[in-house]
Design a binder for this molecule. Structure first.
Ligand SMILES: [Zn+2]
Length: 280
């Protein structure tokens, strides 16, 4: 009898101790989850190596902006490396212009993620993917124009082109690219889409572009972009060329890389350097 009472007493004590342990464990998990949710974390920009094409992810915590989506499904694999596993929402998407190497991958992103809005410049251009985008996602398409702002915590993005109120149908659709300046925790990141020298010239009135930190150089570092006058004006510290290895256009053109070297601009090329990530 005495033995049974002692055993019961020990069992009771063990149970009591374990209940406390279990409670403590649950409480710890609760705090970890809550803290993880409230911690916003650093802001980052990642130039995704999607072959010949652009796909640029800007994110802070659970908030993402994706500028272009590359030419194929590579973007899905690259995004999965950086987005939190539980996050299937991309808040904002920007399509700079409807060329295949910018829009095709975006359609797959739209299929696989919940997207808040797709900002674009509604130029006319014969491309099936573009037609599909306009037909299928009309409810989330938003026309973007200079002065429009995308903002969240340490992310401040402003559209510089197309100009508000200006309706120009460029023959060369590269020069209809949406140009965005992002200020990420104070650092200036200029995304040129496929803008060439003609469009660069139109931006020379924006004095706040004098001295930027990162330039996503226009049109995959083609010789027709990143003019001397634009580079002298913006004085980027770093330039990024988004190119696929052995691409048929020969990007990046050596003339552009030479200009970077002459002007002391450090440059990265996605096919050589892979995903290029900056955290601020
Ligand atoms: Zn392109």
């Amino acid at each position: 009898m005495k033995n049974t009472t002692t055993t019961l007493k020990i069992l009771k004590e063990l149970l009591f101790r374990n209940i406390l342990n279990i409670l403590f464990f649950l409480l710890a998990i609760f705090f970890v989850v809550i803290l993880k949710k409230t911690e916003i974390g650093q802001v980052e920009v990642i130039f995704l190596n999607v072959g010949q094409g652009d796909a640029i992810l800007i994110q802070q915590g659970n908030y993402q902006i994706l500028v272009d989506g590359g030419a194929d499904d590579t973007v899905l694999y690259e995004l999965a490396k950086y987005l939190p596993w539980y996050d299937k929402t991309i808040e904002k998407v920007v399509l700079t212009h409807p060329h295949a190497d910018h829009i095709n991958g975006l359609l797959l992103v739209l299929k696989n993620y919940t997207v808040g809005e797709v900002y674009y410049n509604p130029v006319e251009y014969p491309n099936l993917a573009y037609e599909y985008l306009k037909d299928t996602y009309n409810d989330i398409l938003v026309e973007i124009k200079s002065g429009d702002v995308l903002e969240y915590e340490d992310i401040y993005g402003v559209a510089l082109y197309p100009f508000e109120g200006e309706k120009i149908q460029e023959k060369n659709v590269n020069n209809s690219s949406v140009v965005m300046l992002f200020v990420l925790n104070g650092y200036k990141v200029l995304l040129m889409g496929d803008a060439e020298a003609e469009l660069e010239e139109k931006l020379l009135d924006y004095t706040f572009l004098e001295g930027i930190d990162i330039l996503k150089a226009g049109h995959h570092c083609s010789r027709t972009s990143s003019s001397i006058s634009f580079l002298s004006f913006t004085q980027p510290t770093v330039a990024v060329c988004m190119c696929g290895i052995g691409n048929s256009l020969g990007h990046p053109h050596y003339e552009t890389l030479e200009k970077f070297e002459k002007m002391n601009v450090q440059y990265f090329v996605t096919y050589r350097d892979g995903n290029i990530r900056f955290r601020f």
